[in-house]
Design a protein around this ligand. Sequence first.
Ligand SMILES: Cc1cc2nc3c(=O)[nH]c(=O)nc-3n(C[C@H](O)[C@H](O)[C@H](O)COP(=O)(O)OP(=O)(O)OC[C@H]3O[C@@H](n4cnc5c(N)ncnc54)[C@H](O)[C@@H]3O)c2cc1C
Length: 479
Amino acid sequence: MASPNGQAVTPLTLRAPSVIDLGKRRPLWLDQAFGDDFPGNAPLSGNHKADVVIVGGGYVGLWTALELKRLQPSLDVALVERKTCGSGASGRNAGFAMPWWLKILTLEEVLGREEALKLCIASEDAVAQVISFCETHCPEAQPRKDGWMWAASTPAHVGRWEATVRKLEELGKQRFTLLGAKEIQERIGTNTHLSGVYDPNAATLHPGYLVRGLRRRAIELGVRVYENSPMLEIRDANPAVVVTKNGTISAPQVVLANNAWSANHPAVKGRIVVIAADLLATSPIPQRLAQLGWTNGTGVINARQRIQVYRTTPDGRIYFGRGGGGLAFGGWFGDRYDSSPKHSRETAEAFQKIFPMLADVKISHNWTAPIDMTPTGLPFFGRFGKYKNVSYGVGWSGYGVALSHIGGRILSSMALELKNEWSECGLVDRPAEKFPPEPFRYLGGKLVQAAVTAKEKSDDSQKKPTKFVSLLSRLAPKH
Ligand SMILES: Cc1cc2nc3c(=O)[nH]c(=O)nc-3n(C[C@H](O)[C@H](O)[C@H](O)COP(=O)(O)OP(=O)(O)OC[C@H]3O[C@@H](n4cnc5c(N)ncnc54)[C@H](O)[C@@H]3O)c2cc1C
């Protein structure tokens, strides 16, 4: 077809809205590790006692249980879980077991240089501990220590890692090497990235098999795991009493490890916002991945502010996740953050932009998960109650696969009232950074989310965002 002036024109067609089959609405990891209708252990019923009660059966609660049993094998430890172990973030995450060096700037700013270095070094040990646990207790989690990459697919995001890389250089702790577009393509088979940095000291693993392994090991060591038992309240007493619908359990020490669900606990209120992340997994495509040359376990974090994360799985799929979907008013989200078809569809579109050559690949699973974000992206620990016998640790801000091992060390030390490097580390009793109160938190948060979306749209189309949008987008919590 030609225009009146003789130039070729593209025929105008009405584009149907894209229909992407999003597959099953369930986390791939839980589907594979526990099946569709894993009933879990029987709920707490009647009145019981224990030496320590842990609330929450994610990585943090389970590592705390294992650490308690390691330190005092005869300790009577009970764990109370709302649904089944791993039903929170621990069974739904990206499975990057990575050290904390990417947060060195914030760690130094908030905790000082010495503490920052100590924690980063501890985080490398945590990666090693998690891998070693998998090798001994759940080889099916298949950790692959092929490192992680921080990469940009838009010119405006190139170099977002530079200040971190410079800081590590200054500290004599450089972990990153620079990668160009070609090197990234050689590793992950797509040419949509411009540059990045690579840290070899990280692994990807199967989050569901890890949580299943931790649960199994805890039970083997004699931890009483009550599932289908949401805690309704904690009675502030000595011993403290954890109350569920059909039973109570009292203990001199309680550990709160219920992550995003603790947002309205008085010790946590205002210190975290709960943000949804949207995730998907493709059906197995090992041959396509082999053609692309992406057969390693390297994980990628895209340097976008609205974070994107991708990796391969042991059975030859791609996992692709995107942060910053929903924002929970007042921290209340119930089961709303189990799935979100609208955001999952957007996530599928984002996947197709990064991997255009896989646009025809079937998506097998989609799901959503809550992330507990603090203003700085660092977790905090403390003790609560008249008797200071309720310890808590929350605010992992999307980095808890390996770091939860540190969480377990801190919380077990606190519960045993030990004075050691963990109970006295800088994350414990640190001054509260707070978000504004509701409704300003929610309204402001939505505004900031809209600004981040607008900024990224401008970045993608290589346009300059307005000053207002730029300024506002900088107020987003750090991830
Ligand atoms: C989408 C996503 C991707 C992520 N990717 C990575 C990654 O690649 N690398 C990384 O390092 N980190 C990652 N993270 C972060 C990491 O998954 C978390 O920091 C970690 O799993 C937190 O463990 P947890 O035990 O504190 O919380 P959870 O796993 O959420 O466990 C809390 C548990 O408490 C239970 N609970 C809640 N309320 C109650 C109650 N009233 N009574 C009893 N039980 C209760 C919940 O059911 C849940 O099982 C990611 C997080 C998300 C959401």
